[in-house]
Design a protein around this ligand. Structure first.
Ligand code: NDP
Ligand code: PMR
Length: 399
């Protein structure tokens, strides 16, 4: 019998730090506006709110996570065969789109417990239920990648679950193609790069220790990339193109005040900021591979799951785009994939025994067969990867 994972769905504490104006969208947290002194408590069975005396704006939650032990193999069955224990996969942004579909695909196998790192507990909880995920197959832990404090608290809360960390999937992202002005994370970084790259950079660096100490046979760290960050493709040549330039904006902190909000130091462009962030994601995966694969045995991978034209990623795009984008991708580029299919693809990168090679950017052909894809010159430049790594380390307080 596989190891029983904790069955409690928990929302673990994360303080909301002060933010720049217009920075983060969660003032209406959990779908309701929260004033000072509101305390949230959640349990597997429901959500209660109650007023507490403190005037702090911290949102706290009670969580009870059952501690579990983590033998690599469960005791031998009567036939004498050892079976692999249940793996634990941490997935960021699992409240919708690709992350949710992947969480569902993994949970359905019965071989994985999914830790869903989400900024909106209620949305995640509803999404998991609506997707038909079994109660004991997942745990929701609060994570707002737009706050480094929240990332650090998430890491602590994941550790407190007492489960091993066998796979980490950096999936969450924001895309702000219509923004005229940059918005900023709690730490003052331009939002797309702050959430998609810097938040995940800190998360991945922190959880590497946990992955390393896991006894699971195939430990993996996956950072979701995209075709649109790769200028060696047609999609990657649709303006504005990704270009990190000489990284002068990143070096100055992307704060939009003393420096540009863009990595290359140029004028703010939300679509470009997203594509630049995806280049950082793909470079980071390769730099992890170079630095840590040999030492830790962890598999580092990235992927382009296909064009999942129906997800929430395009929520800030103009309505006409949202209407035309799915049929355009379905019938013209033929790059469209459903959320379900994309989830199966990412689930393969998490658990398929044939996808253990490290340092690979996976893609799928028209028959849904995986292959090792080529990254663009910039997205595979080792010098740039090293510089992005070193600058990111400074920005997130690791150097
Ligand atoms: P969705 O918008 O459906 O999912 C994005 C997820 O990220 C949501 O769960 C969202 O949470 C979460 N998120 C956003 N901001 C934060 C934050 N500050 N803290 C924590 N979580 C956050 O988009 P997709 O499923 O399409 O995107 C998933 C990944 O796939 C991204 O990395 C994207 O770049 C990549 N991708 C997508 C493609 C596509 O065609 N859609 C193609 C190639 C790659 P919430 O639900 O609360 O909004
Ligand atoms: Mg693209 C084979 C062609 C192809 C593919 C696979 C994509 C994927 N796109 C392709 C082609 C084109 N797109 C062409 C020819 C155009 C001009 C009409 C075009 C336009 C376009 C826009 C305006 N495409 C877009 C946008 C977006 O706003 C999306 C984007 O860049 O998000 C960052 C997008 C995308 N096209 C894709 C994919 C996968 C996306 C979005 C998701 C992502 O990269 O994360």
């Amino acid at each position: 019998m596989a190891l029983q994972a904790a069955t409690t769905t928990s929302f673990l504490p994360s303080a909301l730090s002060a933010r720049k104006e217009g920075a983060v969208k969660d003032s209406a947290f959990l779908g309701v506006r929260l004033g000072d002194g509101l305390k949230l408590e959640t349990s597997a069975l429901g959500l209660r709110t109650k007023r507490v005396s403190t005037s702090s704006v911290a949102i706290r939650a009670q969580a009870s996570a059952a501690a579990v032990s983590s033998p690599t193999a469960t005791p031998a069955s009567p036939s004498g065969k050892q079976t692999l224990r249940k793996g634990t996969a941490v997935i960021t942004g699992a409240s919708s789109g690709l992350g949710l579909a992947t969480a569902k695909a993994l949970a359905e196998t019965g071989k994985w417990h999914v830790v869903m790192g989400c900024r909106d507990f209620l949305k995640a909880s509803r999404a998991a239920k609506a997707a038909g995920m079994e109660k004991g197959s997942y745990t929701i832990v609060h994570l707002d990648l737009a706050s480094l404090d929240s990332v650090r608290q998430f890491v602590g809360n994941v550790r407190r679950l007492g489960m091993p960390v066998d796979v980490v999937v950096c999936n969450a992202a924001v895309y702000q193609p219509t923004a005229k002005q940059p918005s900023f994370t709690a730490d003052g970084f331009e939002m797309s790069v702050g959430v998609n790259h810097l938040g995940h950079f800190l998360l991945a660096r922190e959880l590497l220790a946990d992955l390393t100490s896991s006894d699971y046979p195939s430990k993996r760290l996956i950072i979701v990339g995209s075709i649109t960050g790769n200028t060696n493709t047609l999609a990657g040549n649709v303006p504005p193109k990704a270009n990190l330039g000489d990284l002068r904006g990143l070096a100055s902190g992307l704060d939009g005040v003393s420096s540009s909000a863009m990595i290359d130091g140029g004028e703010f462009d939300g679509a470009k900021a997203y594509k630049d962030s995806k280049v950082c994601n793909m470079l980071t995966m390769q730099e992890f591979h170079r630095r840590y694969h040999g030492e830790t045995g962890v598999t580092f991978a990235s992927l382009y799951p296909g064009c999942i034209a129906t997800t929430g990623l395009f929520r800030e795009h103009v309505p006409l785009f949202r209407l035309l984008f799915p049929p355009f991708q379905k019938y013209i580029t033929k790059g469209y994939v459903s959320e379900e299919e994309a989830g199966k693809r990412l689930a393969q990168v998490v658990s398929d025994p044939s996808l253990t090679k490290s340092g690979v950017y996976w893609s799928w052909n028209n028959n849904s067969a995986s292959f090792e894809n080529q990254l663009s010159e910039e997205a595979s430049d080792p010098e740039k990867a090293k510089k992005v790594w070193e600058l990111s380390e400074k920005l997130v307080g690791l150097a």
